[in-house]
Design a protein around this ligand. Structure first.
Ligand SMILES: *Cc1c(COP(=O)(O)O)cnc(C)c1O
Length: 368
């Protein structure tokens, strides 16, 4: 095989078990949006359900519909707003929709009534993320009248209520995160009183909150990145990166002093040596911005990437790995210290999430 993403079932299962231990009696939502952060959403969903996840969640209706098509019957929460035209599909497939504004809520309600059905919903409150959700009216801790109105619409069954943290994964985010949680905890009972309902599922915690804010776990928690093994330094949680992105040496080149490599001649050999052509490039999800600024692992040794990363290939310096041969495996990121997706992402000024979900569709996922 040319280039592949090896996904470890054992690592995923072990991460889920670690997280379930941390959650105690609270339910686990397995976040499988964006193809399970690049790992394969059907594969990850099946394992999550086997390991006791009570819920799955995705970003879009299309992602949810595809999981149902693959035979996944667990409850699925859609985080994003679905166009009301798709309401009959959501209802027919028993999907749970986020409700974050009154106009869309009214459209869902009309659609549900038209089919004489009920749509399962979770109300989303914006307590300070500044993204999707009902905003608080006037006094920051008062429930929005529009949210109350949404809760009383016919055809909608509000099973849950949730919010999302802006700073739970950031150092120095404690005051802000506690403020968001306090606001949520104040608004929810008010909504329940005003609308005369009771939410079965209150949830707020993403990975950052599961790591640092046990009081935010509530009835249910929604860790995403931690399922896939990042960050790997949370005290009391042993997480293992699930994906290793690997490729194989396609060709070995001689380099004379002064020889240049790849487009733009952005690397010139200072000494005679050897280089390897790797069949992985930015169309596989290896960002071009990492050119001349990363290493891969070959035979347990770091090989510096040299020259511009191309669409389908890149080149690495093999001078100090004389035993390497064409066909040998190179790990682009994986579990080895110094070679994790998180460390590679840091070189690029981004986060592990972006590298993981950037692994292209053409890269086969090999489940081991
Ligand atoms: C993506 C997402 C999560 C998971 O976030 P992680 O940082 O990966 O744990 C949880 N909740 C919502 C609403 C999300 O969009």
């Amino acid at each position: 095989m040319r280039t592949w993403a090896e996904c470890s079932e054992a690592a995923l299962r072990s991460n889920i078990r670690e997280l379930r231990k941390r959650l105690g009696g609270a339910a686990l939502v397995g976040v499988v949006k964006a193809n399970a952060y690049g790992h394969g959403d059907i594969w990850a969903s099946k394992i999550l359900v086997e390991e006791g996840a009570a819920y799955l969640s995705v970003a879009t209706a299309e992602e949810a519909i595809a999981l149902r098509g693959a035979g996944i019957s667990a409850p699925i929460l859609i985080f994003g707003i679905t166009p009301p035209e798709l309401a009959p599909e959501l209802i027919g497939l028993g999907l749970t929709q986020t409700v974050a504004d009154i106009e869309t809520a009214e459209a869902y309600s009309r659609a549900a009534q038209k089919f004489d059905k009920t749509m399962k919903c979770h109300l989303k409150l914006d307590t300070g993320m500044g993204r999707l959700g009902f905003q608080s009216a006037g006094d920051a801790r008062l429930a929005s009248p529009e949210a109350v109105l949404a809760l009383t619409l016919p055809g909608l069954e509000f099973e849950g209520v949730y919010t999302h943290f802006a700073m739970s994964g950031e150092s120095g985010g404690e005051t802000y995160t506690r403020g968001q949680l306090a606001k949520f905890n104040a608004i929810v009972p008010e909504l329940e009183r005003a609308a005369g309902i009771r939410f079965a599922l209150r949830h707020a915690a993403n990975s950052g909150a599961v790591a640092g804010y046990p009081e935010a776990i509530l009835d249910m928690a929604r860790p995403g990145i931690m399922l896939y093994g990042y960050p790997d330094n949370v005290p009391g949680l042993t997480l293992t990166p699930v994906m290793e992105l690997k490729t194989r040496i396609a060709q070995i080149k001689r380099l004379a002093a002064g020889d240049s490599v790849s487009y733009g001649r952005r690397y010139t050999a200072a000494r005679p040596g050897r280089a390897a052509v790797l069949p992985i490039g930015y169309a596989d999800g290896l960002p071009r911005a990492l050119s001349n600024n990363m290493c891969v692992l070959i035979n347990g040794k770091p090989a510096r990437q040299i020259g511009t990363i191309c669409m389908d290939m890149c080149v690495v310096d093999l001078t100090d790995i004389p035993e390497a041969r064409a066909g040998d495996t190179a790990t682009v990121f994986g579990r080895e210290k110094g070679f994790t997706a998180e460390e590679l992402a840091a070189r690029l000024g981004t986060i592990s999430y972006e590298l993981l979900c950037g692994v292209a569709n053409r890269v086969p996922r090999i489940c081991i």
